[in-house]
Design a protein around this ligand. Structure first.
Ligand SMILES: [Zn+2]
Length: 267
């Protein structure tokens, strides 16, 4: 029994950080330190509860190769181990036009993609929120983040968010305070709202039947932003909830559980 326990503990002893690809590492810092991962400096952020403390959010790409990496904190090496997340394959049947879009649709898709990538890659230095993140609705999860997706038998992409069961016109609320940066109909995502929470964090709400906010509008945590629907590339009504961190689509629920640890003891 003791031996089994030790074996379970072993990975934790060997690595300072252990994480699945597609997830976010939150590192608490006692001072404003410089954190570097894979040659890139990760923004050091002020703790929202204790102004003398800092933290960094490190997104691990979905397509990051599993293995051993090194994190540099003020030049000190910290081992970080990336595990292959246990993501499933998922088969979905949708309208043909949503798998093989025509020329005109392709143009629209490219335009939307370019615009979204530019938005997700924008780092706003202000933090709009000062409370924990919440879920946009409370419902059963119908498709998890990270599933490899076969649309009509063809592997297209990975699931970049979490799907919640939502019958038509279920109220959807903002996960936290922020500013609306996308509010409109898009080809795959359908009725879409994207909120900029500041400091490289964006939350996404897709397939809506009604949008109740405008681009540029400030929203509060728990504010009604739209009603669920079945617009875009879907096989039925649901809410797709996504989270972008420094442009990467990370697991939104794991992100929320990590960032909310900043409020431990406060909640
Ligand atoms: Zn989805």
């Amino acid at each position: 029994m003791k031996k089994v326990f030790f074996l379970l503990l072993l990975p934790l002893l060997l690595y300072a950080f252990k994480i699945d690809n597609g997830e976010t590492v939150l590192i608490n810092l006692d001072k404003n330190s410089t954190v570097v991962f894979e040659g890139k400096k990760i923004p050091t952020l002020q703790n929202p509860v204790n102004k003398d403390k800092y933290y960094v959010l490190l997104p691990i790409k979905y397509r990051e190769k599993p293995g051993n990496y090194t994190l540099l904190i003020d030049g000190v090496k910290k081992p970080l181990h990336v595990e292959q997340g246990r993501y499933k394959k998922e088969k979905i049947r949708v309208a043909k036009s949503k798998v093989n879009p025509n020329k005109k649709a392709l143009k629209k898709i490219r335009r939307e993609y370019k615009r979204a990538i530019k938005i997700y890659g924008t780092f706003t230095s202000i933090r709009y929120w000062n409370k924990p993140f919440i879920l946009p609705l409370h419902s059963k999860i119908t498709s998890r983040y990270g599933n490899a997706r076969m649309f009509n038998g063809v592997l297209r992409s990975f699931h970049s968010g979490t799907d919640f069961r939502a019958k038509m016109r279920t109220p959807i609320v903002a996960a936290n305070d922020g500013v609306v940066v996308i509010a409109g109909k898009r080809y795959f995502a359908g009725g879409s709202v994207v909120i900029n929470h500041g400091q490289g964090v964006y939350s996404c709400y897709f397939h809506l039947s009604k949008i109740l906010v405008k681009v540029g509008q400030k929203v509060k945590r728990q504010q009604l932003i739209g009603l669920s629907g079945k617009s875009g590339r879907v096989n039925g009504p649901h809410l797709h909830f996504g989270l972008r961190l420094y442009s990467y689509a990370v697991n939104p629920l794991q992100f929320e559980s990590q960032i909310n640890t900043l409020f431990k003891g406060e909640m």
